[in-house]
Design a protein around this ligand. Structure first.
Ligand code: ZN
Length: 724
């Protein structure tokens, strides 16, 4: 997952924005509600002026929770002034006095919201949650103030119409087109009555997203499995049980606590041998947000879906999905659906073969039951062991977190792009687990700062993501400060952090996003770095996953944490072979979630609020994805990507970008694999370009052909569809 916002993304509502961009700041922008700068906002506020720390790193040693609200309020007021001055300018509209001026506006707001978004996601507290609830609708309104400003749109439109006669370079031209699209997309050419209606919809949607987020955080916390009976945890490692005891201590309860992860399946289900414990944990996960209590999200999501459909209609689209996909690489929901529908048979056929292997194992052990979702991971792990003689306990000692980071993730970036890394202990962090590295280019020059925050906490959102505290822009003279956040189990005091190979892949994935942010070489903040279509943004991250298993890189980090011995060849070979294991399940649970997302956002504007359970059931049945033993990766009621994080009608992008990532890796395979020349070519033609060119054309120019699903099906073991 990545934090990423375009001006038209509903994510603005959530305060999870891509703050490097003005667009993002704009996304977080202003309004009519009288943003008089707060009297509490003074030079004593750490956001008052740009940070004086190296590279404008956020002064976390000075920032207090109470500093955000006055700074956000003042930031909106300041940008509102700046925007109004641009709109009221008596000079004829020019690229400089309108477009560039907008790119330069909102610097305070950008500064504070970047940090606010980072902290509320990774290290929140009651004060911050409250500020978010208060500010989210104001920020949505602020954005409307800009994109629904008739005078401002008049200037942008005039520049857009003269663009052929202006002597603009390609990036500037793209910026003009981008702004124009964003205004149109936001409803700038609507009647005044419709604009008012849109404002109301946006504010309610923003509040609902925040409500969803707060409910889900509480529901997930409440859904933890708590037991005083250690016997129910049989199968978990001693380290895991110690961590569960520590989690209980942190919550001041007796016994053991297994916190819920944000996905349907829970990692501990792969180890827990007590079937009733597994079932209980699964059911906690499955029904976490529909218990009829204050944390039940059903009414909230039904209302969000309904309002989104109404918003799309107001903007002249047949569905929210049609509105959302217009500026994506896929362009239409139909193209995305066609792509997904075509993969369903291969994915579900592979999943059915995997299910048969599992049922065979259950039967051979005289289990006497039919495979259920809470059995899948447990038996899959046994099938994996039987077929590949590979289990996590055997593998994890070779993946010590810091070693994977420095000798794996960083090393791959060194081999491909020449980067080097140096840990900085002098730069303040927001929580003691966070680490900071300075990143140097091949020529030894400073490139970026990289923060990583890998351990799970109760006050952190689930999943893993990347975003930025500062984005790259030549216009603003800023170099990137990017961060990766994950939710790896924190080891007990004094124990090494041994992670699974899945976690290793997550690190490579998030670092792929980080590279996309760090390599950005663009003039304008709106177009820089990861500020890009969703069905492209997951491409660099998934592409980077491929290097985790690349022989010379794997050998460099997969070493025993105690002895430093390299992973034995045959164990490494088994990991490699196991890579296509369970891919039918993985692909199908992803497809099911993506189909749910798309169908929620295909609702016609006149549709009444849906019953989420009924809707979900029918949506999956329609696409042949209602499979008893194979639940969607996220259920509607806890699908935070689509209700809170801006992936609405965009979850298909994970699959679409898998296609791009695998197809791109295939290019490396065909051109000499891991070389600095290949890395630099990819960096120069793709990773450094942000959103400064048409994405389909950019890809094709680098690849020499449009992408196709061939490599995707091959790398994921889905190409042979004949049952064994
Ligand atoms: Zn991602």
């Amino acid at each position: 997952m990545i934090n990423f916002t375009r001006p038209n993304a509903s994510k603005a509502a959530l305060l999870v924005l891509k703050t490097t961009t003005i667009a993002a700041a704009i996304a977080f922008c202003s309004i009519n509600a009288g943003f008089a700068a707060d009297a509490n906002f003074s030079p004593a506020n750490p956001f008052f002026a740009p940070s004086t720390l190296p590279f404008q790193a956020p002064p976390f040693d000075k920032i207090k929770s109470e500093d955000f609200e006055p700074a956000i309020e003042a930031g909106m007021a300041q940008q509102q002034d700046e925007i109004q001055r641009i709109a009221d300018n008596h000079d004829a509209p020019s690229f400089e006095n309108t477009i560039v001026a907008m790119e330069k506006s909102g610097q305070l707001l950008r500064r504070v919201t970047a940090v606010f978004s980072g902290i509320t996601g990774a290290n929140t507290n009651d004060i911050l949650q409250k500020v978010r609830t208060v500010e989210a609708p104001k920020l949505a309104a602020h954005r409307d103030f800009i994109f629904l400003n008739t005078k401002l749109f008049g200037r942008v439109d005039a520049i857009y119409k003269q663009r052929a006669t202006l002597t603009l370079d390609a990036e500037s031209l793209r910026l003009v087109e981008q702004y124009h699209d964003d205004f149109i997309h936001a409803g700038a050419n609507l009647s005044q009555a419709d604009k008012n209606e849109l404002r109301k919809l946006n504010e309610e949607l923003s509040s609902l997203s925040t409500a969803f987020s707060n409910k889900l955080l509480a529901a997930t916390k409440a859904g933890a499995y708590v037991t005083a009976n250690r016997a129910t945890l049989e199968g978990l490692s001693d380290a895991r049980i110690a961590a569960a005891a520590q989690a209980a201590k942190a919550r001041q309860v007796e016994g053991f606590v297994l916190p819920l992860q944000n996905t349907t399946q829970q990692p501990d289900l792969a180890s827990l041998s007590d079937r009733s414990t597994r079932q209980e944990i699964f059911e906690h996960s499955w029904s976490r947000a529909e218990r009829g209590d204050a944390n039940d999200t059903r009414d909230t999501i039904a209302r969000i879906a309904q309002l989104r459909a109404q918003k799309a209609k107001l903007l002249g689209y047949s569905s929210f999905a049609a509105w959302k996909l217009e500026d994506q690489m896929a362009k239409t929901p139909e193209a995305a659906l066609e792509f997904m529908d075509a993969i369903v048979p291969a994915a579900t056929a592979k999943a059915a073969r995997e299910a048969k292997d599992i049922q065979d194992l259950i039967d051979s052990q005289k289990g006497g039951f039919q495979l259920q979702p809470w059995d899948w991971d447990y038996y899959a792990e046994r099938v994996r062991k039987a077929q590949y003689d590979l289990d996590d306990a055997q593998v994890k000692p070779y993946f010590e977190l810091d070693n994977v980071l420095q000798n794996g993730v960083f090393y791959a970036a060194n081999q491909l792009y020449g980067l080097t890394f140096k840990e900085r202990h002098d730069i303040p962090v927001y929580q003691p687990d966070v680490r900071v590295f300075e990143v140097f280019d091949a020529n030894g020059h400073h490139l970026a700062l990289f923060y990583c925050d890998y351990f799970k906490r109760d006050n952190k959102n689930g999943g893993a993501w990347m975003s930025e505290f500062v984005g790259q822009s030549r216009l603003l003279g800023t170099s990137p400060i990017v961060y990766n956040v994950a939710n790896f189990s924190k080891p007990a005091e004094g124990e090494p952090a041994l992670i699974s190979f899945t976690d290793v892949i997550t690190m490579f994935h998030e670092f792929g996003h980080a590279l996309h942010g760090m390599f950005s070489d663009c003039d304008y903040p709106t177009l820089s770095g990861t500020s890009i279509a969703r069905d492209f943004v997951e491409f660099p991250s998934q592409f980077n996953e491929h290097w985790a298993l690349y022989p010379s890189i794997f050998a460099h980090y997969a070493q025993h944490y105690k002895t430093g011995a390299p992973m034995p060849q045959e164990l490494a070979a088994r990991i490699r072979k196991a890579e296509t294991f369970n891919k039918g399940y993985d692909m199908t649970e992803l497809l099911a979630a993506a189909e749910l997302d798309m169908q929620w956002h295909f609702l016609p504007p006149q549709a009444p609020p849906q019953n989420p359970d009924e809707f979900e059931k029918q949506a999956l049945e329609k696409k042949h994805l209602s499979i008893g033993y194979l639940p969607p990766r996220y259920r509607s009621t806890y699908f935070s990507h689509i209700w809170q994080s801006g992936y609405s009608a965009g979850y298909y992008a994970y699959l679409w970008t898998q296609m791009l990532a695998d197809d791109a890796f295939q290019w490396f395979v065909e051109h000499g694999e891991l070389t600095r020349a290949n890395g630099d070519r990819f960096r120069n033609m793709v990773l450094s370009k942000g959103n400064t060119e048409d994405l389909a054309r950019m890809y094709e120019e680098w690849r020499g052909a449009p992408p196709n699903t061939k490599a995707m099906l091959k790398y994921r073991g889905l190409e042979e569809s004949t049952p064994k």
